[in-house]
Design a protein around this ligand. Structure first.
Ligand code: AMP
Length: 406
């Protein structure tokens, strides 16, 4: 399958060539013809699958083929985080390189003045987070009556982050006659209901969480002690001459502690999490992308949507409670056909999380036996009992019981 076969026009194809894209990803293959045909979409796909291009390319093509004389907003992309918003806007910039599209991005936590100025110059595609969008609508700077296409990105994350009422308020401002493209990484009953309330005879497109991506990534596991994790991280960074790494911690304080330790060991590193200012987060991200920062330590929310094409190493400094998060995290590496390594640390209390992750990915994460900071207790010890019935059920299942002995 090629992009030409998806009936994309020459200036869009040129932009894809400039980006180095040769083959459409499965979500692009499925969604592009549907969006070009003007249909609504209910898409189940997560970041990392190429979903931005899946909606951006046909939007750009439609606007190029149907120029309008008015200066109103024609497409709105609503996304939960500032980082995602910035990345989506950057994607529009890259994909519309040869089509002269006016686009801009707005998000909270920074001055609205430059955003309002950009809006006043006329914008065809607006990428926005819900709070700032509603704010600027309220102040009269944004009108949506010319809107043709509405994209709701990461609907499940909107729900998790408590934005669902804001989303509904935004929808109330949209013209009833519009195309709606709805994307969510998961489809719970609540999300399904939200989709039904917004979509008209949608075409369902789905790409399963990329176990294929996961298969390409070399995964390793180190059993260790909680107190030794920073030392083990430093040891591996040095021993394996790892040039850049994204490190995930459970908490903001945990992220700060890791950075403090690494800085003490002369490793250039910074943390990004919700307590950091938007400017500090952007600066850290851009230093990391440039390579002047070797290690970026992040919590899941802050890292959501961070898109670094050539990231070689991801560390699960703490194992996540939700097993799907492990897939999201390690999927940050091994992008665009490159190889990636995902290294996980597991302390005693995280054994239950490890079992859940291995059940989800359908295989054992290979354990590195010989390293300087081994777990100093008994690996055959059973994990702490959990209050979660499901988990207890899983702990009793012999399929998962032998894990800790390995
Ligand atoms: P997304 O899921 O939209 O965040 O995209 C994930 C990553 O894949 C981004 O770095 C894109 O630049 C890249 N990407 C998207 N589509 C393709 C493609 N067809 N070929 C190669 N890379 C792609």
């Amino acid at each position: 399958m090629t992009f030409q076969k998806l009936n994309l026009i020459e200036p869009v194809l040129q932009a894809l060539t400039a980006e180095g894209y040769n083959t459409p990803t499965p979500i692009q293959h499925q969604a592009i013809p549907v969006v070009l045909a003007g249909r609504d979409i209910q898409g189940c796909a997560q970041t990392g699958t190429g979903k931005t291009a899946a909606f951006a390319l046909p939007i750009i093509q439609h606007m190029y083929n149907n120029r309008k004389s008015h200066k109103g907003i024609r497409a709105l992309i609503l996304t939960p985080t500032r980082e995602l918003a910035i990345q989506i806007d950057e994607s529009f910039k890259a994909y519309s390189k040869f089509t002269r599209l006016k686009h801009t991005v707005i998000f909270g936590g920074v001055s609205q003045v430059p955003q309002v100025r950009a809006l006043s110059r006329g914008v065809e595609v607006l990428v926005a987070t819900p709070g700032r969008l509603l704010d600027l609508i309220g102040q009269g700077y944004i009108k949506l009556h010319h809107l043709e296409t509405f994209v709701l990105d990461e609907a499940d994350r909107m729900l998790d982050m408590g934005f669902i009422h804001d989303v509904k308020r935004v929808i109330a401002y949209l013209p009833a006659k519009r195309q709606t493209l709805f994307f969510s990484a998961t489809m719970s009953p609540v999300i399904e209901k939200l989709a039904q309330s917004m979509l008209q005879s949608p075409v369902k497109v789905e790409v399963t969480p990329p176990t294929s991506t996961v298969d390409k990534i070399e995964q390793r596991l180190y059993h260790t002690n909680k107190k030794d994790k920073p030392k083990l991280l430093h040891h591996l960074l040095e021993e394996q001459s790892i040039p850049t790494a994204l490190v995930f911690t459970r908490t903001k304080h945990g992220a700060n502690r890791v950075v403090k330790y690494l800085l003490g060991m002369q490793v250039k590193s910074a943390a990004i999490h919700g307590n950091k200012s938007q400017t500090a987060r952007q600066a850290a991200l851009s230093d990391f992308k440039k390579g002047s920062l070797r290690v970026l330590v992040a919590t899941d929310i802050a890292a959501r949507g961070i898109d670094i094409d050539e990231l070689t190493h991801v560390f699960n400094f703490d194992l996540p409670d939700v097993p799907e998060t492990y897939i999201h995290r390690i999927g940050r590496t091994g992008r665009a056909g490159l190889e990636g390594t995902a290294i996980a640390f597991c302390e005693q209390e995280e054994r239950v999380n490890l079992r859940d992750i291995e059940k989800l990915i359908g295989k054992r994460v290979p354990v590195v036996q010989n390293h300087p900071f081994p777990f100093d207790g008994n690996l055959t010890q059973s994990p702490k009992p959990s209050h979660d019935n499901n988990r207890n059920q899983r702990s009793r299942n012999p399929q998962f019981r032998s894990r800790s002995a390995s």
